[in-house]
Design a protein around this ligand. Structure first.
Ligand code: FAD
Ligand code: A2P
Length: 378
């Protein structure tokens, strides 16, 4: 078994426009020991990042590509020993002070909005399972309660328990900057932008960040049956927990978790430039075509059959017969992202059930009772 250790700070400055000092592309890899022979990190240029006006961000392509299908070795393997997930090790009154490792813009110039991948070093002190969230307390005072800290904001963790460096010491978040547009002028009013998402997206390596958690049980992967089907529906940053699941299923070599089932991801974003972690997902599709399905839904580039915006629920309707059959044979279904998608999804599923002569109310309560139905929307 050959192990390749890759230095954890490879920086390449690439001019992508006029102001090359500010608009730099940084390609980072991490200390990775690769199980088996043929893994090699490939540093790839993200072509989306040309001709853009970035906000003091490093532009990055997230891909560390594999050659072949061998998986990454992870440690410490004890992280897979516990029977129950860790919960609320750190609480808002006594948060853990972690350190920002990197902040990377994930989307291209034509994305309406900005989403960043943020790696946080918790030193192994705030362990978590895939599907859980961290709380973040932004620095400063709560304007509604002067003298007290800001309220905690929750963020789904986008890495596996081993983190992006496979050493159990980091957690990654996928954060969309909450930008406030004045309804009258249509212009951004940065004084009203989201406090925590701005803090996270603006942070720099070495900055301190107060975290709480880990929190949440609804999005945990059911680990009792390694051959079960997982149908994952996401809008935007709702993809975060699925990135963790999929790395665990297809990227990491975890002796206690050998995935033999099917994972089917529906990812709804605005346009091609808004796709998140597309390189990773495309790689799984290439390497595991029998175990992974990946449907992208681009609301501003595709139309549904009524001529409206294409949303994840439209794609679900397209595959409804298959989805219903999978659910009938025990598949788990997950929804994560915009709260606003749930009414549309429920309506679609109800319509499909009726067309099939089934009662959606009964079906839904059965799915909930069997713990096949997982929702985390915000
Ligand atoms: P806040 O400061 O709380 O502001 C909220 C909104 O109000 C913003 O849009 C802001 O522009 C607007 N606003 C501010 N001032 C005014 C004003 N005067 N008038 C009108 N509007 C105003 N988010 C992610 O990006 N990624 C995730 O993975 C993620 N996971 C989550 C998981 C869970 C379980 C939950 C509950 C939420 C999750 N969120 C996630 C959302 C996240 O917790 C925050 O709510 C989000 O980042 C906004 O927080 P903020 O502090 O940036 O905005
Ligand atoms: P749109 O904004 O075009 O209406 P992103 O974070 O990249 O914007 O992704 C969020 C995606 O969710 C977008 O494609 C957005 O479409 C879409 N979306 C917005 N509202 C709903 C909804 N009610 N149901 C499903 N998808 C939605």
């Amino acid at each position: 078994m050959a192990h390749i250790a890759v230095s954890n700070k490879v920086s390449v400055v690439v001019p992508v426009g006029g102001d090359s000092a500010r608009r730099k592309s940084v390609f980072k890899t991490h200390n990775i020991s690769f199980g088996d022979k043929s893994w090699a990190p490939v540093l790839a240029l993200d072509l989306k990042s040309r001709n853009t006006s970035w906000r003091n961000q490093n532009i990055v392509c997230m891909s560390v590509q594999q050659v072949g299908r061998s998986k990454a070795a992870v440690s410490p393997l004890e992280l897979d020993d516990a029977r129950d997930p860790p919960l609320n090790i750190y609480k808002p009154k006594e948060p853990y002070t972690a350190t920002i490792v990197s902040v990377e813009r994930l989307v291209g110039p034509k994305a309406p909005g900005e989403t960043c991948h943020i790696v946080i070093d918790h030193g192994g002190n705030v362990p978590y399972w895939e599907g859980q969230s961290y709380g973040v307390i932004p620095p400063g005072e709560n304007p509604k309660k002067p003298g007290t800290p800001h309220n905690v904001r929750l963020y789904s963790i986008a890495s596996t328990r081993y983190g992006d460096s496979f050493d159990g010491k980091t957690a990654s978040l996928c954060v969309r900057r909450a930008v406030y547009y004045d309804p009258e002028t249509g212009r951004e009013d940065s004084s009203k932008n989201g406090i925590c998402s701005n803090f996270l997206c603006n942070s720099k390596p070495g900055d301190k960040v107060k975290i709480t958690g880990p929190a949440g049980k609804t999005m945990l992967l059911p680990e009792d049956d390694p051959n079960v089907t997982h149908i994952m529906i996401a809008t935007g940053t709702g993809v975060a927990p699925y990135r963790g699941y999929l790395r665990r299923m297809f990227m990491e070599s975890v002796p206690k978790f050998k995935f033999g089932g099917l994972a089917w991801l529906f990812l709804g974003v605005a346009n091609t430039d808004s796709l998140l972690y597309d390189d990773e997902f495309s790689k799984y599709l290439h390497d595991y075509p029998d175990q992974f399905r990946y449907d992208k839904v681009l609301s501003r580039e595709e139309k549904n059959k009524s001529g409206g915006k294409m949303y994840v629920q439209d794609k679900i309707e397209e595959y409804s017969d298959e989805i219903f059959k999978l659910l009938d044979s025990g598949a788990h279904i997950y929804f994560c992202g915009l709260k606003g998608m749930m009414p549309g999804i429920q309506e679609t599923l109800k319509r499909v059930a009726e067309r099939r002569g089934e009662s959606w109310t009964e079906k839904l309560s059965k799915l909930k009772k069997n713990k096949q139905w997982h929702v985390e929307v915000y």
